[in-house]
Design a protein around this ligand. Structure first.
Ligand SMILES: *Cc1c(COP(=O)(O)O)cnc(C)c1O
Length: 400
């Protein structure tokens, strides 16, 4: 049995909507984009939504629209997909990685406070937080709702307000997740969503900026379309822009998926419950954090192997040998080879991030996964855990 790590869920509706666009003469910047944006904003609960070519592009535009640049630093997490740090580095801003909560795997607001106490001072004249080591402004917090679980937004908002910092939510893994009854994406100045094929809903490639700030929305619309002025009928470029547009075909796919979002999220929730039942009670398998509040949107099913990273790696190889798609997900961003010595000059130790990165194991997870597939994955996993942990024990016996 081959079980992929992820798989999109495309119905006849998606096919019909995309085909309909193909019978028109408008393949980009048209009515489907407008409808997709309006319905997406309504779903998330923000005033504006701007469709772009990827989640990474969405994050990049959020950073630029808020004027974050080379004299700025941003507090964020290293337990994430690289894009949430890269969007800062594109603009020369320094990501300040803050350690996570071991239970939720999200950025820990207490560690943010500790960092501020130790390294920052508040400049009352400019009402900004300054990193005493570099003299640069700590301009924003970029929380990532990791694996679809909302961050502790009350604590993060409180810190941001206290020190005059912006919030950019990386909600790329968290469409439909709720924090105190509100869907994520509207808590800060701007947020990014992503529609890569492994996400809860897909446009093949694509992303969305959402915001309640009219100026941010206007800047993002302009920058995604080569920096055009407010009247797009003229070839007048009033600022540096990009081609971050999302075609009508992609938007049609997204519109159909958005109309099915409750069905897609419910199917994933059921798959997660089946995993949880099948894996419960095993001492070497730590299941994803479970609580009624905040409400997770199930993006991936990531278990942790309660042992050294070598054990996790061996189990992962065994699963792959059985045709099971799985991934050591996430590796820590600051440990990626493209982060050089000089990039990490001001980096704090991140013991909890590194521990989680060495233990986590993403299992096959998608809306149409069957009970049989889940049972096969779990039986193979538990078998691999038994055998590999026994080998591990033997090898750790000291040589006599
Ligand atoms: C998927 C994802 C993104 C954006 O990915 P794209 O491939 O550019 O659409 C950004 N941040 C996180 C945490 C993600 O999971």
């Amino acid at each position: 049995m081959n079980v992929p790590l992820s798989c999109p869920d495309i119905s006849q509706r998606e096919i019909d909507y995309v085909n309909r666009v193909l019978t028109t003469n408008v393949l980009s910047i048209g009515p489907v984009q407008r409808e997709f944006e309006e319905k997406f904003a309504a779903y998330v609960g923000t005033r504006y939504a701007v469709a772009v070519s990827s989640g990474t592009a969405a994050l990049h535009l959020c950073v630029r629209a808020l004027g974050i640049g080379s004299q700025d630093e941003v507090l964020t997490t290293s337990f994430s997909f690289v894009a949430s740090a890269n969007c800062l580095r594109y603009e020369g801003a320094l990501p300040l990685f803050v350690d996570i909560d071991s239970e939720t795997l999200n950025i820990d607001p207490e560690v943010i406070r500790e960092f501020i106490r130790r390294h920052c001072e508040f400049d009352r004249n400019s009402a900004s937080l300054i990193d005493k080591r570099t003299g640069r402004r700590v301009k924003a917090i970029l929380p990532v709702h990791v694996f679809g679980l909302p961050c502790d937004m009350n604590a993060i908002l409180e810190i941001a307000h206290e020190y005059g910092m912006y919030i950019i939510e990386d909600a790329c893994e968290a469409i439909g997740a709720e924090y105190r009854g509100l869907r994520v994406g509207g808590f800060g100045e701007a947020a990014a969503f992503a529609f890569y094929p492994n996400k809860q809903m897909t446009t093949a490639e694509g992303g969305m900026v959402v915001t309640n700030d009219e100026k941010v929305a206007r800047l993002c619309r302009s920058m995604r379309n080569q920096g055009r002025g407010d009247d797009p009928s003229w070839l007048e470029h009033v600022r540096l822009g990009y081609n971050y547009r999302l075609s009508e075909l992609h938007c049609a796919l997204g519109l159909a998926q958005l109309e099915r979002i409750e069905e897609l999220l419910t199917a994933r929730e059921k798959a997660a419950a089946a995993y949880t039942r099948a894996l419960s009670g095993h001492p070497l398998i730590v299941q994803p954090h479970a609580a009624a509040e905040p409400k997770r949107s199930w993006f991936v099913y990531v278990a942790q192997v309660n042992g050294p990273s070598l054990l996790r790696d061996r189990i992962l190889i065994r699963l792959r040998e059985h045709g099971i798609g799985c991934q050591a997900y996430f590796p820590a961003v600051h440990r990626q080879p493209y982060f050089g010595e000089s990039d990490l000059k001001y980096q704090q130790p991140l013991p909890r991030t590194e521990r989680a990165a060495g233990r986590c194991l993403a299992l096959p997870f998608f809306s149409r996964i069957t009970k049989e597939q889940i049972d096969f994955v779990c039986n193979t996993l538990l078998e691999a855990v038994e055998e590999e942990s026994a080998t591990q024990l033997l090898e750790s016996v000291p040589f006599r």
